[in-house]
Write a protein that binds this ligand. Sequence first.
Ligand code: FES
Length: 102
Amino acid sequence: MSTSEPTQTPIDADGSFEVHLQKSGQTLKVSKDQSILSVLQDAGHDVPFSCSQGVCGTCLTSVIAGTPDHWDMFLTPEEQQANDQMLICCSRSQTARLVLDL
Ligand code: FES
């Protein structure tokens, strides 16, 4: 019998997923109609951003675990495939849990 890791499990059918912030130890839920950036801001985190459209690269964040669903136009296809960084203003998650270096 295998146990499934949330960072490997696909996201919920309702499109929501969980973001765990490694440095602060906080876990936040991102619903289908929210961005990771807006959830972090609502939780009081001062995250740098500018365009909010995946173009400028200001919100680039390191990914520790989980698989991002890249929606940006900033990273190269190779960088996106590495899945070790993401633009949190627009990109989402393919896995039920993402662990970010925040
Ligand atoms: S704020 Fe510009 S790419 Fe995220």
